[in-house]
Design a protein around this ligand. Structure first.
Ligand code: FAD
Length: 64
């Protein structure tokens, strides 16, 4: 639950920061796009967040 929440929240914050800076946020020189890219992969690494949702749902419902 923590992995899924933290990676979704972190990415949303970084994405908002990029949006706030408009076109400049997208440029390499400002560094925000790197933060967005670096955070994006954590929704995939160590088990994708979709699989995290599956594991959480199984835990909550007791389904096998
Ligand atoms: C930069 C990087 C470094 C990595 N380093 C390592 C490493 O050091 N060691 C290591 O072992 N692995 C490593 N990996 C692999 C990583 O763990 C896998 O990419 C990750 O577990 C997802 O597996 P996959 O890429 O095969 O995606 P897939 O399993 O093919 O999934 C593709 C998409 O389908 C979705 N999906 C799949 N099954 C379901 C389902 N049942 N229900 C809903 N959605 C589903 C996924 O959520 C995903 O969105 C690395 C990956 C990257 C990108």
């Amino acid at each position: 639950m923590a992995k899924r929440y933290a990676t979704e929240a972190g990415y949303a914050v970084a994405d908002s920061a990029l949006q706030l800076h408009g076109g400049y946020g997208y440029l390499t020189e400002y560094g925000i796009e790197k933060i967005v890219r670096d955070l994006r992969v954590h929704r995939i690494l160590e088990g994708t967040n979709e699989i995290m949702s599956l594991i959480i749902a199984r835990g909550l419902t007791g389904a096998a």
